[in-house]
Ligand binder design. Structure first.
Ligand code: ADP
Length: 487
């Protein structure tokens, strides 16, 4: 039972295959015309042969009928010339001739059987009434019957009718022979087409087998390089393979960037650990000779490194939470951005004061937008923190809020060191820092802007940076006011 079911499904697979379809199409295209040809030829011959016979017998009958009309045959049927003529004609057509007078009485039958009987057939009646040249065929008994009137040549009066039947045996025999031959030709064509259809279905689809083998080999772990598995036989197979290579290189890119990320993460996490190791090792090696003040200083450094490690881990956690639109769950609510920004300014003022940077807030109009407050706060906070961190002494940071019809526009400008042009597109990359040592010195992890960008993209917003080295930087953030509805 199981094998039956599985063989059924295998068969379905076969019937659905392009190979089977090509085979079937070629087979049908090859054989159907042959069948139609046979039909047309045999029918054509039959019709032509029959109409030839009809006209031949009709002509002959008309001649005999005219002859009859000129003689006195209706009163005396013993005229040997006429009788001879009738017998000859019936022999010629392997048939029978009846002569009927205007009382529907058969006055002559070349078979001699029906003489003296009456005949009332539809053809004879309509013939007496003036119709010409009636004919019917009887396929079963294989004959055709022609009824012609016997007319007075001058007055046109109807004396009677002549019914001539002729055998159609020879036509039927010919049709049979012709049909048989056509069927043989048809069978030969069918065999040839079958072979061609099979060969075509096998060869035409070979390149697709190559494609499948190539894809399979990659599935099994074979790394094909880039060009080694081209299938150039058809445009289509080339396109499939191109698309496949494209997909592979995309996957490789994703893989590479993941690897790079993991490498970066380990490197970043190791740096504080290495510092701690150096600090603690030197304390251990110093032994008793190390005084309390040095101990204290080193322990403070170690605590700082622990803080940094903690910060990197926290940032990584935020990044993972914000990464990828599917995984990040958005908690959208209508919120006043003015309130949110004021709160951020309040939180960050101590940091600004510590760095001797003036923190300003300007608001053209308050905007209520559909936002995830935690995520957007974090994003803007990173921007303001950076503006303070990468500033100069007695510098300023200005945060503004404005809106156009669809977007809330937040800018964070500073009077800081600026970002070189070649770095401006890379600052959102994870762990990217313009000046590594400086950034680390002031506690940067290189993750802040990637977190910011991800959070803004989750709001379907946009972020742009403009900067002049030595003068300052402006980050412009646009958030759709109805972000929640747009999703
Ligand atoms: P970090 O934790 O190092 O600050 P970010 O991702 O927040 O990492 O920023 C990436 C880099 O972009 C920073 O290291 C810094 O070099 C540069 N940067 C960011 N904001 C500013 C700014 N306001 N002024 C100058 N440089 C900046």
């Amino acid at each position: 039972m199981g094998s039956l079911v599985s063989s059924f499904f295998q068969n379905i697979r076969f019937y659905r295959s392009l190979r089977f379809r090509i085979f079937l199409i070629v087979l049908l295209i090859g054989t159907i015309p042959a069948v139609i040809m046979r039909f047309i030829m045999v029918r054509g011959y039959e019709n032509r042969a029959l109409s030839q016979k009809v006209s031949e017998v009709t002509n002959q009958s008309a001649i005999v009928a005219a002859h009859l009309a000129r003689t006195d045959y209706f009163s005396d049927t013993s005229d040997p010339v006429i009788n001879d003529e009738l017998t000859q004609m019936s022999n010629l057509y392997d048939g029978r001739i009846l002569v009927i007078n205007d009382d529907f009485l058969i006055i002559k039958d070349t078979y001699g059987k029906s003489q003296g009987r009456y005949i009332v057939s539809a053809e004879v009646i309509s013939c007496m009434n003036g119709s010409r040249n009636m004919w019917v065929t009887d396929d079963e008994n294989r004959y055709l019957e022609i009824t012609v009137p016997i007319l007075d040549e001058t007055t046109g009066a109807v004396y009677g009718a002549l019914v001539a039947s002729a055998s159609t045996d020879s036509i039927h025999d010919n049709v049979e022979v012709l049909g048989r031959r056509a069927r043989i030709v048809e069978a030969v064509i069918a065999v040839i087409v079958l072979v061609i259809a099979y060969a075509l279905s096998m060869t035409l689809l070979k390149p697709f087998d190559k494609v499948i083998r190539a894809v399979d080999s990659v599935k099994e772990g074979f790394d094909p390089g880039t060009e080694s598995i081209e299938v150039l036989d058809y445009t289509e197979t080339k396109d499939i393979m191109d698309a496949f290579h494209h997909l592979m290189s995309r996957m490789k890119e994703v893989d590479d960037s993941r690897e790079e990320f993991v490498a970066n993460v380990s490197h970043e996490l190791k740096t504080p650990l290495a510092s701690m190791k150096v600090l603690s090792d030197s304390l251990i090696q110093g032994g008793d000779s190390v005084d309390a003040a040095t101990y204290r200083e080193f322990m403070l450094d170690i605590a700082e490194e622990v803080d940094r490690e903690n910060k990197i881990i926290n940032n990584l956690m935020s990044l993972v939470k914000l990464d990828g639109n599917e995984t990040a769950k958005m908690n959208l609510e209508p919120k006043s951005l003015s309130e949110m920004l004021k709160q951020l300014i309040k939180t960050l003022t101590p940091l600004a004061e510590k760095s001797r940077v003036e923190l300003l807030y300007e608001e053209k109009t308050d905007v209520t937008a559909n936002i995830d407050e935690t995520k957007l706060s974090l994003a803007i906070m990173n921007l303001i923190e950076n503006a303070i961190k990468y500033n100069k002494e007695d510098g300023w940071v200005r945060v503004t809020l404005d809106s156009d019809l669809q977007f809330a526009v937040i800018t964070v400008s500073d009077s800081g060191m600026g970002i070189p042009e070649e770095s401006i597109n890379r600052i959102y990359d994870r762990f990217y820092r313009v000046d590594k040592s400086h950034s680390r010195e002031i506690g940067g992890t290189g993750l802040g802007l990637s977190i910011t960008r991800n959070a803004i993209l989750l709001h379907r917003g946009a972020i742009k940076a403009a900067s002049i080295v030595g003068e300052g930087t402006t980050f412009t953030v646009k958030i759709p006011i109805a972000a929640g509805e747009a999703v």
